[in-house]
Design a protein around this ligand. Structure first.
Ligand SMILES: *[C@@H]1O[C@H](CO)[C@@H](O)[C@H](O)[C@H]1NC(C)=O
Ligand SMILES: *[C@@H]1O[C@H](CO)[C@@H](O)[C@H](O)[C@H]1NC(C)=O
Ligand SMILES: *[C@@H]1O[C@H](CO)[C@@H](O)[C@H](O)[C@H]1NC(C)=O
Length: 313
Protein backbone atom coordinates (compact mmCIF):
# COMPACT_ATOMS: atom_id res chain seq x y z
CA UNK A 1 0.00 0.00 0.00
CA UNK A 2 1.19 3.49 -0.79
CA UNK A 3 1.75 5.74 2.09
CA UNK A 4 -0.26 8.89 1.63
CA UNK A 5 1.83 11.98 1.73
CA UNK A 6 0.80 14.52 4.31
CA UNK A 7 -1.12 17.14 2.38
CA UNK A 8 -3.08 14.40 0.66
CA UNK A 9 -3.92 12.78 3.95
CA UNK A 10 -4.99 16.09 5.39
CA UNK A 11 -7.17 16.66 2.36
CA UNK A 12 -8.83 13.27 2.67
CA UNK A 13 -9.35 13.74 6.34
CA UNK A 14 -10.91 17.14 5.87
CA UNK A 15 -13.15 15.80 3.08
CA UNK A 16 -14.38 13.06 5.38
CA UNK A 17 -15.04 15.50 8.17
CA UNK A 18 -16.89 17.75 5.77
CA UNK A 19 -18.99 14.92 4.38
CA UNK A 20 -19.86 13.95 7.91
CA UNK A 21 -20.84 17.50 8.88
CA UNK A 22 -23.00 17.85 5.77
CA UNK A 23 -24.62 14.53 6.48
CA UNK A 24 -25.43 15.52 10.06
CA UNK A 25 -26.70 18.93 9.04
CA UNK A 26 -28.96 17.49 6.34
CA UNK A 27 -30.39 14.96 8.76
CA UNK A 28 -30.76 17.49 11.50
CA UNK A 29 -32.33 20.15 9.38
CA UNK A 30 -34.76 17.92 7.53
CA UNK A 31 -36.01 16.35 10.74
CA UNK A 32 -36.49 19.62 12.53
CA UNK A 33 -39.08 21.49 10.57
CA UNK A 34 -39.17 25.08 11.73
CA UNK A 35 -42.68 24.76 13.11
CA UNK A 36 -41.66 22.27 15.74
CA UNK A 37 -42.02 22.14 18.62
CA UNK A 38 -43.71 25.42 19.42
CA UNK A 39 -45.86 26.04 16.34
CA UNK A 40 -45.30 29.69 15.51
CA UNK A 41 -47.46 31.02 12.67
CA UNK A 42 -46.50 29.77 9.23
CA UNK A 43 -44.38 32.17 7.22
CA UNK A 44 -46.29 34.84 5.32
CA UNK A 45 -49.65 33.94 6.81
CA UNK A 46 -50.65 37.57 6.60
CA UNK A 47 -49.53 38.13 3.05
CA UNK A 48 -51.40 36.88 0.07
CA UNK A 49 -51.80 38.29 -3.39
CA UNK A 50 -55.18 39.91 -2.64
CA UNK A 51 -53.41 41.84 0.13
CA UNK A 52 -52.00 43.87 -2.72
CA UNK A 53 -48.72 45.63 -3.17
CA UNK A 54 -46.47 47.16 -0.56
CA UNK A 55 -44.95 50.56 -0.30
CA UNK A 56 -42.00 50.75 2.07
CA UNK A 57 -42.05 54.53 2.15
CA UNK A 58 -38.54 54.62 0.74
CA UNK A 59 -38.54 56.37 -2.60
CA UNK A 60 -34.88 56.30 -3.66
CA UNK A 61 -33.67 53.90 -6.31
CA UNK A 62 -30.98 52.40 -4.08
CA UNK A 63 -30.33 52.00 -0.37
CA UNK A 64 -26.72 53.17 -0.08
CA UNK A 65 -25.38 51.41 2.95
CA UNK A 66 -23.28 48.30 3.55
CA UNK A 67 -23.78 46.54 6.88
CA UNK A 68 -21.19 44.25 8.37
CA UNK A 69 -20.74 42.83 11.80
CA UNK A 70 -18.00 41.70 14.15
CA UNK A 71 -17.70 41.15 17.88
CA UNK A 72 -15.83 44.43 18.38
CA UNK A 73 -14.62 47.42 16.38
CA UNK A 74 -11.17 45.93 15.96
CA UNK A 75 -11.26 44.07 12.68
CA UNK A 76 -8.56 41.62 11.66
CA UNK A 77 -6.55 43.32 8.90
CA UNK A 78 -7.71 41.00 6.12
CA UNK A 79 -11.35 41.66 6.98
CA UNK A 80 -10.73 45.40 7.13
CA UNK A 81 -9.21 45.24 3.66
CA UNK A 82 -12.11 43.24 2.20
CA UNK A 83 -14.54 45.58 3.88
CA UNK A 84 -12.87 48.57 2.21
CA UNK A 85 -13.36 46.89 -1.16
CA UNK A 86 -17.05 47.83 -0.86
CA UNK A 87 -16.11 51.49 -0.67
CA UNK A 88 -14.01 51.05 -3.81
CA UNK A 89 -17.03 49.51 -5.60
CA UNK A 90 -19.55 51.98 -4.14
CA UNK A 91 -17.83 55.24 -3.17
CA UNK A 92 -21.21 56.82 -2.41
CA UNK A 93 -22.29 54.08 0.05
CA UNK A 94 -21.80 54.27 3.79
CA UNK A 95 -20.23 51.30 5.55
CA UNK A 96 -21.57 50.40 8.95
CA UNK A 97 -19.86 47.94 11.25
CA UNK A 98 -22.13 46.49 13.93
CA UNK A 99 -20.64 45.09 17.11
CA UNK A 100 -22.38 42.63 19.43
CA UNK A 101 -23.17 45.56 21.68
CA UNK A 102 -24.66 47.62 18.83
CA UNK A 103 -26.82 44.68 17.80
CA UNK A 104 -28.45 44.38 21.17
CA UNK A 105 -28.91 48.15 21.34
CA UNK A 106 -30.65 48.25 17.97
CA UNK A 107 -33.19 45.74 19.22
CA UNK A 108 -33.56 47.27 22.68
CA UNK A 109 -34.16 50.71 21.20
CA UNK A 110 -36.42 49.94 18.26
CA UNK A 111 -37.83 46.46 18.82
CA UNK A 112 -37.98 46.06 22.61
CA UNK A 113 -40.65 43.38 22.28
CA UNK A 114 -38.02 41.17 20.64
CA UNK A 115 -35.37 41.65 23.31
CA UNK A 116 -36.33 38.68 25.46
CA UNK A 117 -36.25 36.42 22.45
CA UNK A 118 -32.93 37.92 21.39
CA UNK A 119 -31.37 37.32 24.78
CA UNK A 120 -32.56 33.73 24.70
CA UNK A 121 -30.64 33.03 21.48
CA UNK A 122 -27.21 31.46 21.53
CA UNK A 123 -24.53 34.17 21.69
CA UNK A 124 -22.29 34.41 18.66
CA UNK A 125 -23.54 33.05 15.39
CA UNK A 126 -27.25 32.84 16.22
CA UNK A 127 -27.56 36.38 17.52
CA UNK A 128 -25.50 37.58 14.56
CA UNK A 129 -27.85 35.74 12.17
CA UNK A 130 -30.91 37.32 13.71
CA UNK A 131 -29.41 40.80 14.03
CA UNK A 132 -28.86 41.04 10.31
CA UNK A 133 -32.58 40.50 9.72
CA UNK A 134 -33.05 43.67 11.74
CA UNK A 135 -30.43 45.67 9.76
CA UNK A 136 -32.24 44.69 6.63
CA UNK A 137 -35.68 45.48 7.97
CA UNK A 138 -34.82 48.68 9.78
CA UNK A 139 -32.34 50.31 7.43
CA UNK A 140 -32.26 48.18 4.32
CA UNK A 141 -29.13 48.16 2.19
CA UNK A 142 -26.49 45.59 1.54
CA UNK A 143 -25.29 43.06 4.04
CA UNK A 144 -22.17 41.02 3.40
CA UNK A 145 -20.08 38.91 5.75
CA UNK A 146 -16.58 40.18 6.39
CA UNK A 147 -15.02 37.51 4.22
CA UNK A 148 -16.67 39.04 1.15
CA UNK A 149 -14.64 41.04 -1.31
CA UNK A 150 -16.41 43.37 -3.72
CA UNK A 151 -14.90 43.06 -7.19
CA UNK A 152 -16.98 45.58 -9.13
CA UNK A 153 -19.99 47.83 -8.91
CA UNK A 154 -23.31 45.99 -9.28
CA UNK A 155 -25.87 48.68 -8.51
CA UNK A 156 -27.64 47.92 -11.80
CA UNK A 157 -28.60 44.56 -10.25
CA UNK A 158 -30.15 46.26 -7.23
CA UNK A 159 -31.85 49.32 -8.66
CA UNK A 160 -34.99 47.57 -9.85
CA UNK A 161 -35.10 44.94 -7.11
CA UNK A 162 -36.63 45.17 -3.66
CA UNK A 163 -34.93 42.16 -2.10
CA UNK A 164 -31.89 40.34 -3.43
CA UNK A 165 -30.15 37.09 -2.58
CA UNK A 166 -27.36 35.24 -4.34
CA UNK A 167 -27.40 31.48 -4.76
CA UNK A 168 -24.39 29.27 -4.20
CA UNK A 169 -23.88 26.01 -6.10
CA UNK A 170 -24.78 22.89 -4.14
CA UNK A 171 -28.07 21.58 -2.81
CA UNK A 172 -27.97 20.81 0.86
CA UNK A 173 -31.73 20.51 0.85
CA UNK A 174 -32.59 18.14 -1.93
CA UNK A 175 -36.25 17.37 -1.55
CA UNK A 176 -38.63 19.83 -3.22
CA UNK A 177 -41.04 18.98 -0.41
CA UNK A 178 -38.67 20.27 2.25
CA UNK A 179 -39.96 23.62 3.57
CA UNK A 180 -36.57 25.17 2.86
CA UNK A 181 -36.02 23.79 -0.64
CA UNK A 182 -34.82 26.38 -3.16
CA UNK A 183 -34.13 25.05 -6.65
CA UNK A 184 -31.23 27.40 -7.43
CA UNK A 185 -29.02 25.92 -4.74
CA UNK A 186 -27.97 27.05 -1.32
CA UNK A 187 -28.98 30.57 -0.31
CA UNK A 188 -26.64 31.83 2.36
CA UNK A 189 -27.51 34.69 4.68
CA UNK A 190 -24.00 36.03 4.12
CA UNK A 191 -25.08 38.30 1.27
CA UNK A 192 -28.35 40.18 0.92
CA UNK A 193 -29.79 43.46 -0.21
CA UNK A 194 -33.15 44.92 0.69
CA UNK A 195 -35.19 48.06 0.70
CA UNK A 196 -36.08 49.05 4.28
CA UNK A 197 -39.28 47.65 5.83
CA UNK A 198 -39.56 44.84 3.37
CA UNK A 199 -42.38 42.47 4.43
CA UNK A 200 -40.10 39.45 3.91
CA UNK A 201 -37.93 40.40 6.89
CA UNK A 202 -40.85 41.52 9.00
CA UNK A 203 -42.40 38.12 8.58
CA UNK A 204 -39.23 36.28 9.53
CA UNK A 205 -38.86 38.45 12.62
CA UNK A 206 -42.46 37.94 13.72
CA UNK A 207 -42.04 34.26 13.04
CA UNK A 208 -38.96 34.05 15.27
CA UNK A 209 -40.66 36.17 17.89
CA UNK A 210 -43.43 33.61 18.08
CA UNK A 211 -41.04 30.74 18.73
CA UNK A 212 -40.10 29.94 22.29
CA UNK A 213 -37.38 27.91 23.90
CA UNK A 214 -34.07 26.97 22.47
CA UNK A 215 -33.74 27.26 18.74
CA UNK A 216 -31.60 24.74 16.86
CA UNK A 217 -28.43 26.60 15.94
CA UNK A 218 -28.93 25.86 12.25
CA UNK A 219 -32.44 27.25 12.06
CA UNK A 220 -31.66 30.97 12.32
CA UNK A 221 -29.34 31.32 9.33
CA UNK A 222 -29.54 30.13 5.73
CA UNK A 223 -32.25 27.63 6.62
CA UNK A 224 -34.57 30.41 7.79
CA UNK A 225 -33.94 32.53 4.69
CA UNK A 226 -34.49 29.54 2.43
CA UNK A 227 -37.72 28.67 4.27
CA UNK A 228 -38.89 32.22 3.62
CA UNK A 229 -38.07 32.05 -0.08
CA UNK A 230 -39.70 28.64 -0.37
CA UNK A 231 -42.87 29.82 1.39
CA UNK A 232 -43.09 33.01 -0.67
CA UNK A 233 -42.87 31.01 -3.87
CA UNK A 234 -45.36 28.40 -2.73
CA UNK A 235 -47.88 31.09 -1.89
CA UNK A 236 -47.36 32.88 -5.20
CA UNK A 237 -46.04 35.99 -3.43
CA UNK A 238 -42.69 35.70 -5.18
CA UNK A 239 -41.23 36.50 -7.56
CA UNK A 240 -43.88 39.12 -8.33
CA UNK A 241 -47.28 38.10 -6.89
CA UNK A 242 -46.84 40.98 -4.49
CA UNK A 243 -44.83 44.02 -5.54
CA UNK A 244 -42.77 46.07 -3.15
CA UNK A 245 -42.37 49.68 -4.25
CA UNK A 246 -43.41 48.51 -7.70
CA UNK A 247 -40.57 45.96 -7.80
CA UNK A 248 -40.53 42.17 -7.69
CA UNK A 249 -40.97 40.78 -4.17
CA UNK A 250 -37.65 38.98 -4.35
CA UNK A 251 -34.84 38.24 -6.75
CA UNK A 252 -32.35 35.40 -6.53
CA UNK A 253 -29.24 35.86 -8.68
CA UNK A 254 -27.14 32.98 -9.98
CA UNK A 255 -24.07 31.69 -8.10
CA UNK A 256 -21.61 33.29 -10.52
CA UNK A 257 -22.61 36.77 -9.32
CA UNK A 258 -22.19 36.86 -5.56
CA UNK A 259 -21.07 33.48 -4.26
CA UNK A 260 -19.08 31.69 -6.97
CA UNK A 261 -16.91 29.51 -4.76
CA UNK A 262 -19.07 26.84 -3.19
CA UNK A 263 -18.00 25.48 0.17
CA UNK A 264 -20.03 22.39 -0.67
CA UNK A 265 -18.60 21.66 -4.11
CA UNK A 266 -15.11 23.18 -3.68
CA UNK A 267 -15.35 24.23 -7.32
CA UNK A 268 -12.00 25.91 -7.67
CA UNK A 269 -8.71 24.19 -7.04
CA UNK A 270 -7.21 27.60 -6.35
CA UNK A 271 -9.41 28.41 -3.38
CA UNK A 272 -9.06 27.29 0.21
CA UNK A 273 -11.80 27.02 2.80
CA UNK A 274 -11.35 28.64 6.21
CA UNK A 275 -9.10 31.32 4.74
CA UNK A 276 -6.19 28.91 4.64
CA UNK A 277 -4.24 30.75 2.01
CA UNK A 278 -0.51 30.68 2.43
CA UNK A 279 0.10 33.96 0.70
CA UNK A 280 -1.54 36.74 -1.23
CA UNK A 281 -0.73 35.21 -4.60
CA UNK A 282 -2.90 32.19 -3.72
CA UNK A 283 -5.68 34.48 -2.66
CA UNK A 284 -5.50 36.36 -5.96
CA UNK A 285 -5.50 33.11 -7.91
CA UNK A 286 -8.62 32.02 -6.11
CA UNK A 287 -10.35 35.29 -6.87
CA UNK A 288 -9.17 35.30 -10.49
CA UNK A 289 -10.60 31.84 -11.03
CA UNK A 290 -14.03 33.52 -11.02
CA UNK A 291 -13.79 36.29 -13.57
CA UNK A 292 -17.48 37.09 -13.89
CA UNK A 293 -18.26 37.71 -10.26
CA UNK A 294 -19.29 40.88 -8.53
CA UNK A 295 -18.57 39.61 -5.05
CA UNK A 296 -16.20 36.88 -3.94
CA UNK A 297 -16.97 35.09 -0.70
CA UNK A 298 -13.97 33.28 0.72
CA UNK A 299 -15.83 31.21 3.30
CA UNK A 300 -13.35 31.71 6.08
CA UNK A 301 -16.07 30.46 8.44
CA UNK A 302 -14.49 32.01 11.49
CA UNK A 303 -17.65 31.12 13.40
CA UNK A 304 -16.77 27.47 12.86
CA UNK A 305 -13.18 28.06 13.98
CA UNK A 306 -11.82 28.82 10.56
CA UNK A 307 -8.93 31.20 10.21
CA UNK A 308 -8.88 34.63 8.66
CA UNK A 309 -5.17 35.14 8.72
CA UNK A 310 -2.95 34.75 5.76
CA UNK A 311 0.28 33.40 7.04
CA UNK A 312 2.63 34.52 4.26
CA UNK A 313 3.34 37.85 2.56
C1 LIG B 1 -49.56 45.07 -7.98
O1 LIG B 1 -48.68 45.64 -8.93
C2 LIG B 1 -48.72 44.98 -10.19
C3 LIG B 1 -47.68 45.60 -11.12
O2 LIG B 1 -47.05 46.68 -10.57
C4 LIG B 1 -50.11 45.09 -10.78
O3 LIG B 1 -50.16 44.41 -12.01
C5 LIG B 1 -51.11 44.50 -9.82
O4 LIG B 1 -52.42 44.68 -10.30
C6 LIG B 1 -50.99 45.12 -8.45
N1 LIG B 1 -51.87 44.42 -7.52
C7 LIG B 1 -52.73 45.05 -6.71
C8 LIG B 1 -53.61 44.16 -5.88
O5 LIG B 1 -52.83 46.26 -6.66
C1 LIG C 1 -35.06 49.82 -14.13
O1 LIG C 1 -36.32 49.72 -14.76
C2 LIG C 1 -36.63 50.84 -15.57
C3 LIG C 1 -38.09 50.70 -16.03
O2 LIG C 1 -38.37 49.41 -16.46
C4 LIG C 1 -35.66 50.87 -16.74
O3 LIG C 1 -35.91 51.97 -17.57
C5 LIG C 1 -34.24 50.99 -16.16
O4 LIG C 1 -33.29 50.91 -17.22
C6 LIG C 1 -33.96 49.88 -15.18
N1 LIG C 1 -32.69 50.15 -14.53
C7 LIG C 1 -31.73 49.25 -14.44
C8 LIG C 1 -30.47 49.70 -13.78
O5 LIG C 1 -31.85 48.11 -14.86
C1 LIG D 1 -43.59 39.24 20.11
O1 LIG D 1 -43.83 38.28 21.13
C2 LIG D 1 -44.37 38.85 22.30
C3 LIG D 1 -44.42 37.76 23.38
O2 LIG D 1 -45.08 36.66 22.89
C4 LIG D 1 -45.75 39.42 22.00
O3 LIG D 1 -46.29 40.01 23.15
C5 LIG D 1 -45.61 40.48 20.92
O4 LIG D 1 -46.88 40.96 20.53
C6 LIG D 1 -44.90 39.90 19.71
N1 LIG D 1 -44.66 40.98 18.76
C7 LIG D 1 -44.92 40.90 17.47
C8 LIG D 1 -44.67 42.11 16.66
O5 LIG D 1 -45.35 39.90 16.95
Amino acid sequence: MYKLCRPRRAFLLSSCIWAFIIFIVVRFVSFLPLRQPDSPPPLFHRLSPPAGNFSTGFSGPLVRIVHQSWASRKLPEQFAEWSRSFSACFPDFRRRLWTDKDNRQLIARHYPWFLRRYDSLAPGVQRADVSRLFYMYHYGGLYCDLDCECLRDFRHLLANASLVFGAMQGLMIRSPRDPAYVAEGQIENSFMYSRPRHPFFWDLIVYLNATTGEMPIMSSGPYLIMSGIHAARQLGIAPSGIRVDGRDFLTVYPPAYFNPYSWMLLNSRHCRLYGRFENRAQLRQCRDSFQDSYVMQYHTQVWAKGSYLISGP
